[in-house]
Design a protein around this ligand. Structure first.
Ligand code: SAM
Length: 291
């Protein structure tokens, strides 16, 4: 087998051969370390029974490593220029399908039903374009698609926020949104020197395993996420201040105090100190007060 795509020399050779340049606006920072890619594939638990959805194959560095281990790989790439390139770099593989689409516009449930109706183990594995990491993950998590896990490279700070626990400076509404749907775990940090062109920030590989059901019972999911989001509106402010402001048209100060009393939560606390369980309790009494 020839040298992996994920080396500086092959990446340059492929880009030069096809007369291409990197588009910063599409988050094109390609991995040039095959060992890191093998680790991603390994940590993602990809086996010969796995059907992988890859987001943003670029010139195929990760796609190649995935295809060596997986049953099938469906790679969704927005940049039309790479579609021809991928036919060239991935020739010889029978288990790869490349789709020229914007992941944010793909109906994932329909995609999975149409492309992989028989698949028993669907996993998302990707080196994500950093400018849309959060929207991509929210789409994957909230769509209720039949997938086992999501193992993705992203900016280190964003991964830390997604995996953060209460009482840390990274903990916020993003941590709760992600951990409501998944168990999250930073599996490895990756220095910026492993990419070309080199980004300004270091990266981490985050693994999210879908939960069968959320870790807390929530009476109203929309209200739960609204309460969470408003509780972190201004991080340094107390829950009381943030929720008073956030719900000012819908609930009086007295009612809000009553909610805190019923939930047995000190209004002088900050959002960053509340567990998901406590947010769920707060939501229950907020709902009663709003009705
Ligand atoms: N997988 C390659 C690697 O690991 O070297 C490239 C990863 S690069 C960080 C991100 C890739 O996502 C680029 O190929 C970029 O064109 C693609 N991309 C950006 N926005 C996208 C979108 N909305 N939908 C699908 N692919 C996208």
């Amino acid at each position: 087998m020839s040298k992996p795509i994920a080396t500086y020399s092959r990446t340059k050779e492929i880009m030069d051969k096809h007369k291409l340049s990197f588009k910063k606006s599409l988050g094109q920072n390609f991995l040039i370390d095959a060992n890191i890619l093998k680790k991603i594939v390994d940590k993602a638990g990809v086996t010969e029974d796995t059907t992988v959805i890859e987001i943003g194959p670029g010139i195929g560095a990760l796609t190649e490593q995935l295809a060596l281990k997986a049953k099938d790989v469906f790679a969704i790439e927005i940049d039309q220029r790479f579609i021809e390139v991928l036919k060239d770099t991935l020739q010889g593989f029978q288990n790869i399908q490349v789709i020229n689409e914007d992941i944010l516009k793909v109906d994932l449930n329909a995609f999975i039903a149409e492309k992989m109706p028989e698949a028993s183990d669907v996993r998302v594995v990707a080196n994500l374009p950093y400018y849309i990491t959060t929207p991509i993950l929210m789409k994957l998590l909230m769509g209720n698609s039949p997938m086992h896990s999501i193992t993705v490279m992203m900016q280190k700070e964003v991964a830390a926020r997604m995996a953060a626990k209460p009482n840390s400076k990274e903990y916020g509404s993003l941590s709760i949104a992600v951990q409501y749907y998944t168990t999250s775990n930073v599996v490895m940090n990756v220095p910026k020197t492993c990419f070309v062109p080199q980004p300004n920030v270091d990266s981490s590989i985050l693994q999210l395993v879908k939960r069968d059901k959320p870790p807390v019972d929530v009476v109203d999911e929309d209200l739960f996420f609204e309460v969470v989001q408003k509780s972190f509106q201004q991080r340094r402010k107390t829950l009381k201040n943030n929720l008073q402001k956030g719900f000012q048209d819908r609930i009086s100060k007295e009612q809000l105090q009553n909610v805190f009393d019923q939930a047995a939560i000190e209004p002088s606390r900050r959002g960053e100190s509340l567990s998901m369980e406590e947010f769920s309790t707060l939501t229950k009494f907020m709902k009663e007060a709003l009705e």
